[in-house]
Design a protein around this ligand. Structure first.
Ligand SMILES: [Zn+2]
Length: 640
């Protein structure tokens, strides 16, 4: 089993510190010949946690706002000497001491609740999900769950705490670790019991506040940092203590969006969105930023109609072609404000007064295409959606985009693709905003049509999010083994989605060991998509599973000859080598696999294991560190 990065990390660091201090013992600045206890004291001092610092508030910050948190604690967490409610209070106070001077908010417990949790506490993702469905937290600002302490000393923050971007909930584990205390007692046996306990509790308190702050920051849209001294680094250390200027910009923008919304159900995140789009940081991970932008941009582009519609001088009833009545704009924006909350009844309530008027704009009507079938809309909904499409101007793709989103939501993929293609056709006939093109590209990406998605992106200009969609498409192509057009080995654009569907089917059947289905799907693939590199990689995988190493090598080599940038083919080749007992020869293809798709965690771990087996422990540790940066373990649940 591969050793988990971060696991026992603090113990390992402790050992390193002890060895170093033993080496340096003789030139200790404290004493010419240090006693064992002074050596231990010195290494203990080097482990003392750094105080968490947040930059001071911007001038002019109004008085502190109090935000309410409902606090749940499970049975394991409640066990302990001090009243559990007081321990929760102490954690919030520690957090407040950091955030209040800087962000002008403080968190107060609204109520304490005992939590009879049922989800497996080993899985924080499930635990978070359970808390979310237990208490939606509609009447408070946050809901925190304090759960079972972790049994091992881990430094991976997401094994200790979890939250979703822009979520209202977070869970954190208790921090007491008997193992860690026992290790302390052993490693610092020359120190006074009091000194040991002091060091232990300062590390524990530091870790508690860092993890809580880290997860809480995610709920306001703060991204991970690759700098190990940052609180937002996915790996905890006693140096975790700082925030970058970019972290703080997101923090302030995200928090401001929440505060502006007050008790309203819908939060307008546009300030945060602007902050994310308008800034960049070398410390961020691309996929994190992409994920956040995806969450922020999941609705239709909000600014569209008002931007295109100079409202100032236009009087109701006198609007000309292309401009909207003020009532329409207001209804549309009201609908959008609640759209992302998933309360379709509210969206409909906002649209209804305008939707049944004969002159209702197509874009407004087309929002109805995306609503879940409410009883009231059973027949009216599809009729109004169709009217939106019928009335859309020849160069207006937006109603078709909404119709495609609706169809995709109902899992009618063929219909969705037809609408998306019509949107692409209409968009090409006139000038569109970059955001419309990016929306279209993302939609076509979700419909497994990379070539059309790339076509849409060529119009999107140099918007930062266009690069991200492009990077995502490139990754998808590598995984699917689907090279960009113009080569003889690529299916035509209108068959790409069928190819991807087949690819997914084979992967699913492989997982479940359904050999008959795998064989018949591959035979079908041979006929329809002969020579597509991803199919050759699938054949390689089948041969490898059946231990036909010669045939596997042949298929994988052919796959790579057709398209070298296939991480899976390299990964499989590495496994062929391992099965042949050729560890050294497995190294190059395994390295290439992680290089081509650094976001996949498993190959990283295998690479680390391989290095270790080859006696290259330094490179092994480095691979684990890289893995935590590029592909954090069982990270936060994706907010899809
Ligand atoms: Zn995190």
């Amino acid at each position: 089993m591969v050793e988990k990065p971060g696991r026992f990390g603090s113990l390992r660091r402790l050992a390193v510190v002890l060895i170093l201090s033993a080496l340096w013992g003789l030139d200790s600045q404290a004493q010419w010949l240090p006693t064992p206890s002074s050596r231990q004291r010195k290494s203990a001092e080097s482990m003392a946690p750094q105080t968490v610092k947040m930059p001071a508030a911007e001038p002019g910050l109004a008085t502190t706002r109090v935000l309410r948190v409902r606090c749940y604690a499970d049975r394991d967490w409640r066990i302990g000497g001090v009243r559990w409610q007081d321990r929760v209070r102490a954690q919030l106070e520690a957090l407040n001491r950091i955030i209040e001077p800087s962000l002008g908010v403080r968190l107060e417990p609204e109520r304490f609740e005992r939590w009879e949790r049922t989800a497996n506490p080993g899985n924080l993702r499930d635990t978070l999900g359970e808390l979310e469905s237990l208490d939606r937290g509609a009447d408070v600002d946050w809901v925190f769950g304090f759960v079972t302490p972790i049994a091992i000393a881990t430094n991976s923050i997401h094994e200790i705490g979890m939250a979703r971007y822009l979520g209202r909930h977070l869970v954190v584990r208790g921090m007491s670790s008997v193992d860690l205390m026992a290790q302390f007692n052993k490693d610092f046996d020359r120190l006074e019991q009091g000194e040991r306990e002091e060091l232990y509790s300062s590390i524990k308190a530091h870790k508690e506040v860092v993890v809580l702050l880290h997860e809480w920051a995610h709920t306001s849209g703060v991204l991970h940092s690759s700098d190990p001294s940052r609180v937002m680094n996915p790996v905890y250390s006693h140096n975790s203590s700082t925030f970058s200027a970019q972290d703080m910009a997101l923090f302030r923008a995200g928090l401001a969006s929440r505060l502006d919304a007050g008790s309203a159900a819908a939060i307008d995140w546009s300030r945060l969105k602007a902050a994310v789009e308008g800034s960049s940081s070398d410390e961020w991970f691309t996929q994190d930023r992409q994920e956040l932008l995806r969450i922020l941009g999941s609705g239709p582009p909000k600014a569209d109609p008002p931007e295109r519609d100079p409202l100032g001088p236009t009087l109701p009833g006198t609007r000309g072609k292309g401009s909207w009545a003020r009532e329409d704009v207001e209804a549309y924006n009201r609908a959008l404000a609640v759209f992302n909350t998933g309360k379709d009844g509210e969206v409909w309530k906002a649209l209804r007064p305008r939707a049944e008027l004969p002159e209702a704009p197509a874009e407004l009507l087309s929002l109805i295409c995306r609503l879940a079938p409410l009883p009231e809309l059973a027949t009216l909904g599809p009729r109004l959606c169709q009217r939106a499409l019928d009335h859309a101007a020849a160069d207006n793709p937006v109603p078709f985009l909404n119709a495609a989103e609706g169809a995709l939501m109902r899992k009618e993929r063929t219909q969705a693709l037809a609408h998306a293609r019509e949107a692409l056709r209409r968009a090409g006939g006139s000038t569109q905003q970059p955001s419309t093109w990016i929306w279209l590209a993302k939609l076509l990406r979700r419909l497994d049509s990379p070539t059309w998605a790339e076509d849409a992106l060529t119009h999107a200009g140099d918007a930062a999010s266009a690069d991200e969609v492009l990077a995502d498409l490139l990754r998808a192509r590598r995984i699917w083994g689907l090279p960009p057009g113009d080569g003889h080995s690529a299916p035509p654009p209108d068959e790409e989605n069928a190819y991807v569907e087949l690819w997914r089917r084979v992967m699913g059947d492989l997982d479940k060991g359904r050999w008959k289905q795998v064989r018949s799907a591959l035979a079908e693939g041979e006929k329809r998509f002969a020579g597509v590199p991803g199919l050759l990689t699938l054949s390689c995988e089948v041969a490898l599973i059946q231990r036909q190493l010669g045939s596997a090598t042949k298929s994988c080599m052919a796959a790579l000859a057709a398209m070298e940038e296939q991480p899976r083919a390299h990964y499989l080749l590495a496994h062929v080598k391992l099965d042949q007992g050729a560890r050294k020869a497995a190294l190059a293809p395994m390295k290439r696999a992680v290089e081509l798709d650094p976001r996949e965690r498993e190959p990283w771990l295998e690479l680390a294991q391989l290095y270790r087996a080859l006696g290259r422990s330094k490179e092994s540790s480095q691979a684990l560190l890289d893995a935590d940066k590029a592909a954090p373990a069982a990270g936060r649940p994706s907010a899809k």
